[in-house]
Design a protein around this ligand. Structure first.
Ligand SMILES: [Zn+2]
Length: 161
């Protein structure tokens, strides 16, 4: 018999969970809930956000063998949470800066493993095809980004509603 189709989880807003990064995807997912992978619990996204991430993923794969790390987007139903004041719309995503070694681990912009050029390329890709209205990140010498407290190990990217 044919392979059974796995249904992508969907919440009360009809937002889908970001696909949890199949093996050959250009991104990986990470979660911050209690420091453990959240298995997508924090990754319910608008259609525009899913499209933005998947589009960047396709482009990124053609240029770079490393994967980029996608973190919190929003909880199911847009529930409030104590980790973020924002991240309730499905239009905001946290993404790790690129590491030179490509490890699926956190990285701050002052770490030796921080790859400025690759991070810049990643940010540019998001801006090329998506309605980005703001990016918070404290890494130096990057276009578009604005500095904001606590944004040293990820950039926070928001799309227009
Ligand atoms: Zn954020």
């Amino acid at each position: 018999m044919g392979q059974e189709l796995e249904l992508q989880p969907q919440d009360s807003r009809h937002y889908f969970m970001l696909p949890q990064a199949p093996q050959d995807a250009g991104y990986y997912t990470y979660g911050q809930m209690k420091g453990k992978p959240s298995n997508g619990a924090y990754q319910y996204a608008t259609a525009s956000m899913i499209t933005a991430i998947l589009w960047v993923e396709r482009e990124w794969q053609t240029m770079d063998g490393r994967k980029f790390g996608v973190g919190d987007i929003s909880l199911t139903g847009g529930l409030a949470n104590k980790d973020h004041k924002t991240h309730r719309s499905g239009l905001e995503v946290d993404i790790r800066p690129m590491r030179k070694d490509g490890k699926h681990e956190p990285c701050r912009w002052w770490d030796a493993e921080y790859d400025h050029d690759a991070t810049e390329k990643l940010i540019e890709l998001f801006c090329i095809n998506s309605p980005v209205i703001l990016i918070y990140f404290n890494g130096p010498n990057l276009p578009v980004v604005r500095k904001w407290p606590k944004h040293d190990d990820h950039f926070h990217l928001q799309l227009v509603a």
